[in-house]
Design a protein around this ligand. Structure first.
Ligand code: MN
Ligand code: MN
Length: 461
């Protein structure tokens, strides 16, 4: 055996996935991503993602779970947690105590939330105060056209939905920034301090209510418009969840259309694959569960986050219908935590360690551990479980790679993996590499998105 042959036998070979696939696969990739872009445009918030996902699932025969019923293999149910987190399940041929296969992704994304009392007027302009949600780089958000999504919950129990800025004809909103001519002082600030939290104020109007008497007539006029449109008064902002998100739609990126650019791809780029995979499954061997969760970007806390007992109770409820024990079930269960990793950026390669970084078009990424410093704050999947996932991917011809989240001590991050691991379930992160993660416009590769779908399907089928 010469060196070339020996290398082929022994080396871990990496190759661009686009050089491995045929035209039939490329067509499937492109078709699949049209649906994905559509999902991105219709599901910019966790509430909209749940609504969109439930509608798609109901079309495929999923019904709200009923604890008093008995279910047979192939039955499809969902658990809607406050309209912000949803779990879909298809009952498997095997008993629940044999374990379930879980895919878990999140549907919340970084954004600007309105403060409880947001509206104010300065120099005859009306603005909203915001409180950013998740890890944003604040300087990226000014001068981006924004849309307002969310709900007002009124004292009479009614909930009014808001979605303004998405239609071509809708008005948009914007955080303004200084002109370069007058930014001499601001430009001396560090990048992280370039735009401060209390400077992320959104312009929402300038037309005063016509009256010679009185102050703050612009603010008054805005409230008059909101009252006419939504039947709300200013106090109703106190019980609202209103989110400012980028107003543009998802689009192809590049002359060759090989990439997708959009807001909120972390983590809808894994949510959509997990969702469409479970929608395409008929009767799985083991019960399949796909969960789309809220609150990941702020630490998974709260009753719609995966650090709550929601998933435990979902699995417990299904076990209950079979007279099975949830502890035994969890001990035998497996999970793919479907979340993004950082793709290597050609301009910023120095934060990556090339041998252990993920690359666009190299397929879905296995991330054995996330966390920061000395692997703090991660579940670190076992070697045995990673081997199992490798075998599954290779046997199905799925293009995949591995990645760490940047160089040692360069930073770090986390996913929902460790909260599911804490239930005693085997978990590893598997997701799509993203460029400009958490920015108002994130970039992914179509091939990687499709490979994520195939991995989710293979795991749950
Ligand atoms: Mn994520
Ligand atoms: Mn994130």
């Amino acid at each position: 055996m010469n060196a070339k042959e020996l290398k082929e036998k022994l080396y871990y070979q990496k190759k661009n996935g686009l050089l491995k696939v045929d035209d039939v696969t490329l067509k499937a990739v492109s078709d699949y991503c049209e649906g994905y872009k559509n999902f991105l445009d219709n599901a910019k918030t966790e509430r909209e993602a749940v609504k969109t996902a439930v509608a798609l699932a109901e079309d495929k025969g999923f019904k709200a779970f009923d604890r008093s019923k008995t279910y047979k293999a192939g039955d499809k149910v969902y658990f809607n947690n406050r309209g912000k987190t949803v779990a879909f399940a298809i009952i498997g041929k095997e008993d629940m105590e044999k374990g379930v296969n879980i895919t878990a992704a999140h549907i919340d994304s970084p954004r600007l939330d309105l403060k409880p009392n947001p509206l104010y007027e300065e120099i005859e302009l009306a603005l909203f105060k915001t409180h950013y949600y998740g890890g944003i780089r604040k300087y990226q958000w000014p001068t981006v056209p924004l849309a307002l999504h969310g709900v007002f919950a009124k004292k009479d129990g009614s909930v009014v939905e808001v979605n303004i800025g998405e239609d071509e004809s809708d008005p948009k909103f914007v955080v303004n920034d200084l002109l370069p001519h007058l930014a001499a002082e601001q430009s001396k600030r560090t990048l992280s301090d370039g735009i401060r939290g209390e400077e992320l104020n959104v312009l929402v109007g300038s037309h005063p209510f016509k009256d010679d008497e009185g102050s703050e007539l612009v603010r008054l006029n805005i409230l008059k418009i909101l009252n006419e449109k939504y039947d709300i008064v200013e106090e109703d902002f106190l019980s609202a969840e209103l989110e400012m998100v980028p107003a543009y739609k998802a689009s192809d990126v590049g002359f060759d259309r090989s990439l997708i650019g959009a807001y909120g791809q972390d983590d809808r780029v894994c949510s959509y694959p997990a969702l469409t995979a479970i929608l395409d499954i008929t009767v799985p061997e083991k019960t399949a569960v796909a969960i789309l969760a809220d609150k990941e970007e702020i630490g998974s806390d709260g009753n719609t986050g995966l650090n709550s007992d929601f998933l435990l109770h979902v699995i417990g409820d299904i076990c209950h219908t079979q007279g099975g024990d949830v502890t035994v079930c969890l001990r035998n269960s497996k999970c793919l935590s479907a979340d993004v990793n950082a793709a290597t950026d050609p301009t910023f390669q120095d934060v990556m360690e090339r041998r252990n970084a993920s690359f666009v078009n190299y397929g879905v990424v296995i991330t054995k551990y996330t966390g920061s410093r000395g692997k703090s704050g991660t579940s670190d999947a076992s070697a045995e479980y990673v081997a199992e996932v490798r075998a599954m991917l290779d046997n199905a011809g799925i293009i995949w790679q591995t990645g760490e989240l940047g160089k040692v001590d360069a930073g770090g991050g986390g996913t929902v993996a460790m909260y599911i691991a804490n239930l005693g379930v085997d978990v590893v992160d598997l997701g799509v590499p993203v460029l400009s993660m958490h920015a108002p416009f994130e970039t992914t590769s179509k091939l990687d998105v499709y490979m994520c779908y195939r991995a989710m399907y293979e795991f749950m089928k």
